[in-house]
Design a protein around this ligand. Structure first.
Ligand code: CAA
Length: 291
């Protein structure tokens, strides 16, 4: 089996990035979201990204048009019927993911594979809601998907060799490089990255440095492309908190305890770039540090 048609559930920053990458690599894509605004934003962002590639002579206008036509933007779950592979990319919330997965399998073919783009939740546990846990796998893309080289692959306890091999070929066909992770909370990237971001927030909370100095220190002192607070805003502070909670509960170690300041920002709705405010205020250009 080869994957030709991909259904993606959730048109947020991960879902739309996965959709764009799949379409650029010749796949037919069905991008599903119940929220029409999310679908409209996804369509616009993908068109803008492709327009940049046309401007830089990496794509012709004709190719860009063909890629956009390869994506069906829809609010109807029944449109996923032709999919060879379903990728769930909804919020990092276990019960939301499980209910979406349950609803999807009612519409999928028997031989279709299912994947979750979860950044932290157990693949074995998510697979358990599927009627075919052997056809379920973790495919963790990085943000921004069209630019980032890596995809983490995570096998659940029951994932079959065939499911692994077919999805591995699919990911390699998208031009990505694979890192294999065992099914532990937050896998490899986020097990290391998210505690580092939490430490940056603690460094801010304790007054060791302000936002500007913490980000400058890590960009210029450790050669990170983005400072940890800028990156937290980029990922979304709700997602950062959800991953920390999964690490804290799953590994039962105090070192993963979320910084109280992070909890407070999430409670305030200051979720980062997607809402216009987090550790930076994005209403001005360049964004202004808020502490
Ligand atoms: N979508 C698509 N392409 C994008 C993009 C986006 N949202 N943002 C930037 N780019 C592209 C630009 O078009 C540009 O492409 P070319 O050079 O090929 O023309 C390239 O990326 C560089 O962009 P810029 O010059 O505007 O900006 P930059 O040099 O600062 O790079 C960045 C932007 C690629 C995002 C870079 O800052 C970076 O690598 N940051 C770190 C990102 C990171 O760590 N991601 C992982 C997050 S963790 C995660 O995803 C896992 C999780 O579960 C939480």
């Amino acid at each position: 089996m080869t994957i030709q048609t991909v259904a993606i559930i959730g048109a947020g920053q991960m879902g739309r990035g996965i959709a764009e990458t799949c379409a650029v690599h010749g796949k037919s894509v069905v991008l599903v979201d119940q929220n029409q605004d999310s679908l409209a934003t996804a369509k616009t962002v993908i068109a803008e990204n492709l327009a940049r590639d046309v401007k830089k002579d990496r794509l012709s206008a004709k190719q860009s048009k063909k890629i956009q036509q390869a994506i069906v933007f829809t609010a109807k779950l029944e449109d996923i019927v032709p999919a060879d592979l379903l990728i769930e990319a909804v919020n990092e919330n276990e019960s939301s993911k499980k209910s979406v997965l349950r609803a999807c399998q009612e519409h999928l073919r028997d031989d279709a594979l299912m994947a979750s783009n979860t950044s932290s939740i157990s693949i074995t546990r998510l697979a358990a809601v599927s009627k075919k846990p052997d056809q379920f796998i973790g495919l963790h893309f990085m943000n921004p998907v069209p630019k980032m080289q890596l995809v983490e692959m995570i096998r659940g306890l029951q994932t079959s060799d065939t499911t692994f091999e077919v999805t591995q070929d699919f990911i390699l066909g998208l031009g990505k490089t694979i890192a294999l992770s065992e099914d532990f909370p937050a896998f490899i990237v986020n097990r290391i990255l998210i505690p580092m971001i939490n430490e940056a927030i603690l460094t801010l909370y304790e007054g060791v440095g302000n936002v500007e100095n913490i980000d400058k220190a890590m960009k210029l002192g450790a050669k990170h492309p983005m400072g940890p607070l800028e990156l937290a805003d980029y990922i979304g502070l709700d997602t950062v908190l959800a991953i920390l909670n999964t690490l804290h509960e799953g590994l039962a170690d105090q070192k993963y305890r979320p910084c109280p300041l992070l909890n407070r920002y999430v409670e305030a709705g200051w979720l980062g770039r997607k809402v216009g405010r987090g550790f930076y205020d994005y209403s001005s250009n360049p964004p202004k540090p808020t502490r």
